[in-house]
Design a binder for this molecule. Structure first.
Ligand code: H2B
Length: 101
């Protein structure tokens, strides 16, 4: 499926709006590390994001060690960043705040 990549202006606004995310070195993904109170809080957050990702058909690349979750967002279908990553970053930021990250 073809997805339109973000323009330079859209990317700038994504990074301004979602300050906890940084652009990966190759410019094709954004990354955020989140710390929670414990594993229960981290995995509860991941579960909410997973259910949303499944519905949105847009999936994070992530890892979890105890209370820490590292997330990379990119869109395989355009080989870089798209509006789907901006939407996912928004959902993740809201869920992270609600889960006490
Ligand atoms: N997730 C991400 N991160 N990028 C994609 O391009 C993507 C996805 N594409 N989840 C979806 C699934 C695609 O493979 C299916 C066929 O729609």
């Amino acid at each position: 499926m073809s997805v339109t990549p973000l323009s330079a202006t859209e990317l700038k606004s994504l990074l301004e709006k979602h300050a906890a995310w940084h652009l990966r070195g190759d410019g094709k993904a954004i990354e955020r590390t989140l710390k929670f109170a414990d594993f229960n809080a981290a995995f509860g957050f991941m579960t909410r994001v997973a259910l949303h990702a499944d519905k949105a058909d847009h999936h994070p690349e992530w890892s979890n060690v105890y209370n820490t979750v590292e997330i990379t967002l990119t869109t395989h279908d355009c080989g870089g960043l798209s509006g789907r990553d901006a939407d996912m970053a928004q959902f993740i930021d809201t869920a992270a705040t609600a889960a006490g990250a």
